[in-house]
Design a protein around this ligand. Structure first.
Ligand SMILES: [Zn+2]
Length: 639
């Protein structure tokens, strides 16, 4: 049993080739099987080793990007995709699964085999051989296109840089300046998220804001503020075209229908109705919020002015700046406070392990229950060049009879400086809680079948429930007491500042709601149509847009969730899961404090069962009924 991944980046193509050959042999054996052990267990044992290898390669490509490794990594992608499509279109293996269904199975096993059979069907098992061949080719092409999309986004983000002097940055605090100060004393603006956000939020120089905004919003496009050679437009069109073809081959009218076939929701129209309802409930409040901002600014608000004036208005309304909070949240206290919450909720300890991984910034923790390690998490928190932006959790290995689960948690936060510890902004802390929600879903599993353990086999629109549920705890007063400690005085966040966080939490929440619904609605609609994707975005914006976008806006060209992640025709999952998360949190917190029994019930019915049982049924079991939409409006302060 090993909990330590091999981060050596060695021989990845040789290893993948060897594993794939082994995989075909395992599949051949399993095809002759007729029982859980001789089919599912056999495949699972292989899947465990194979997924581990794929996971660590993908992780290193994201967090330690280098051209040479990326070339090797890209060579593995079509092979892996081809292997999976061969396996999922293997008729003998499909028949073996059907034989297993006729045997005596537990409820979990039955669910798992049913889902596997559905997976075969969605992979074109019932297609004629020539159509099947076409189907496979499309899938392989899509994998390569997605990776090119992601690389173009990264390269265009890294490429753009601008040297400025201190005089160009009025409004910057010493802390913000120290983040971008170069060795020669000059300052460098980049399009990395923390740098970009600081500039948009604090820089009083409107011309510079406009310039950086335009570079950022037109990345990887034909506009040309970043190299046109990283233009993603054709790749996006090709991806959408191929997805439609894929869906049509399976007899679906469009890709949205195909995507939803494996989700909790029942149809694309149900998604549209659900989003329309949220948009309608939010629109008038959003217009009021925008009017308030405009009259505060006393001028027309351009997209590059929005964050700047919003921060100032928020400061005026609530009497604090984001940066007033930051000194209270040094890294060590945030992590220890989070760990202490996890202990309180689930009686799990996190214990740091000294281990060299792939970078000195990575921290390693074992999860310990009753003095026994039950899993491990690698935490990689700071932004650096050659690390993909954003925050995410990925699973390295699942629980099995002989192995403990391991997860990677990645963020892009500020590093410690020479004389100060790393300190996080409050919304970044919410992100850490979010990713830990995913990690706990993966690590607290009781399911020993890799295909349904942790986050495996969980429907996409359920995946974000545990993470968003965890976010709610970041706003709890007791929790904030635990995670805050002023880096100079050790004082925890004063009550008065806490109250301001709560009052300001729903600042412009209706505008935010519209923005997220805009992404989700565009995503589902573009996957129901062959119309130009920017045209569809324009149509959606009729309902959702508060500030008209500028001509250079090519936001979709770096929208990785849709074009290189797994959220195609599934972005609504965030909102769908938010409804469940709000509903769940208000339920466990109904009497004004966290109810321990209900928290445990959440763990038992949701976190521990992963993809081994029907998600919605499990949710209702925990909740004692259907989730209610009113909780999500309440939690966003929308009347
Ligand atoms: Zn998430």
């Amino acid at each position: 049993m090993s909990l330590s991944p091999d981060f050596s980046k060695k021989d990845i193509n040789k290893n993948i080739d060897r594993l794939i050959n082994e995989g075909y042999e395992v599949a051949r054996k399993a095809s002759d099987g007729d029982s859980w052990e001789s089919v599912i267990s056999l495949l699972d044992e292989f899947e465990f080793r194979f997924e581990r290898e794929c996971s660590v390669n993908s992780h290193l490509n994201s967090v330690m990007f280098d051209e040479k490794f990326n070339q090797e990594y890209e060579k593995t992608l079509p092979k892996i995709s081809k292997f999976y499509s061969n396996i999922s279109t293997n008729k003998e293996l499909f028949n073996a699964h059907k034989r297993v269904l006729d045997t005596n199975l537990t409820q979990q096993q039955t669910h798992i085999v049913h889902e596997a059979i559905k997976g075969f069907q969605l992979s074109g098992i019932d297609l004629d051989p020539d159509k099947q061949e076409e189907f496979k080719k499309i899938q392989e092409k899509l994998t390569v296109l997605s990776n090119s999309f992601s690389n173009n986004s990264l390269k265009s983000t890294n490429e753009w840089k601008k040297s400025v002097s201190k005089a160009d940055l009025p409004g910057y605090s010493e802390d913000q300046l120290s983040k971008i100060r170069k060795k020669d004393g000059s300052f460098e603006i980049t399009l990395q998220m923390p740098v970009y956000l600081d500039l948009m939020t604090f820089c009083e120089n409107q011309t510079l804001r406009e310039e950086v905004y335009k570079a950022y919003i037109s990345r990887a496009s034909e506009i040309g503020l970043t190299s046109k050679k990283y233009d993603n437009t054709k790749i996006m069109d090709e991806i959408l075209k191929l997805r439609l073809k894929l869906a049509n081959l399976l007899g679906f009218n469009n890709y949205a229908e195909l995507s939803i076939a494996s989700k909790m929701v029942e149809s694309p129209n149900q998604v549209i109705d659900f989003l329309d309802l949220l948009i309608n409930k939010s629109r008038s409040q959003a217009l009021n919020e925008f009017q308030e901002l405009e009259s505060f600014a006393g001028c027309k608000i351009n997209p590059w002015d929005f964050a700047f004036y919003s921060e100032k208005l928020k400061e005026k309304k609530y009497g604090f700046k984001k940066s007033d909070l930051t000194p209270y949240f040094p890294e060590e206290n945030v992590l220890n406070g989070l760990f202490s919450l996890i202990k309180e909720l689930y009686e799990i300890l996190l214990k740091e392990i000294k281990e060299d991984s792939y970078h000195q910034d990575v921290k390693v923790f074992d999860l310990v229950k009753n003095n026994e390690s039950i899993g491990r998490v690698y935490i990689d928190l700071y932004a650096r060049e050659n690390k993909r932006g954003g925050a995410w959790m990925s699973d390295y290995q699942p629980l099995t009879e002989k192995n403990k689960p391991v997860a990677f948690v990645v963020c892009n936060l500020n590093k410690p400086t020479q004389d100060k510890p790393a300190m996080f902004e409050f919304d970044e802390i919410v992100t850490i809680f979010h990713e830990f929600g995913h990690a706990l879903h993966h690590l607290l599993t009781k399911v020993e079948y890799p295909c349904a353990s942790g986050i495996s086999g969980v429907p996409w629109d359920g995946v974000e429930l545990p993470s968003q549920y965890m976010e709610f705890f970041a706003y709890d007063q007791e929790v904030i007491k635990k995670i805050s400690s002023h880096y100079l005085t050790g004082e925890s966040l004063p009550d008065e500042l806490y109250q301001k966080i709560i009052d300001s939490k729903n600042f412009q929440s209706a505008i935010q709601m519209l923005r997220q619904c805009e992404f989700a609605l565009w995503d589902i609609k573009t996957h129901m149509s062959s119309e130009d994707t920017y045209e569809i975005l324009n149509e959606v914006r009729q309902k959702t847009s508060i500030i008209p976008p500028i001509n250079e806006n090519r936001f979709l060209n770096t929208f990785g969730h849709i074009f290189s992640g797994g959220y195609a025709a599934g972005y609504f999952s965030y909102k769908w899961a938010e409804v469940l998360a709000a509903d769940a949190f208000y339920y466990v917190n109904q009497s004004g404090s966290i109810n321990k029994d209900l928290t445990y019930s959440f763990k038992e019915n949701i976190l521990e069962v992963g993809g081994s049982l029907d998600f919605m049924t499990q949710y209702k079991k925990f909740r004692g009924g259907e989730p209610e939409l009113k909780s999500v409006l309440l939690s966003n302060g929308i009347q």
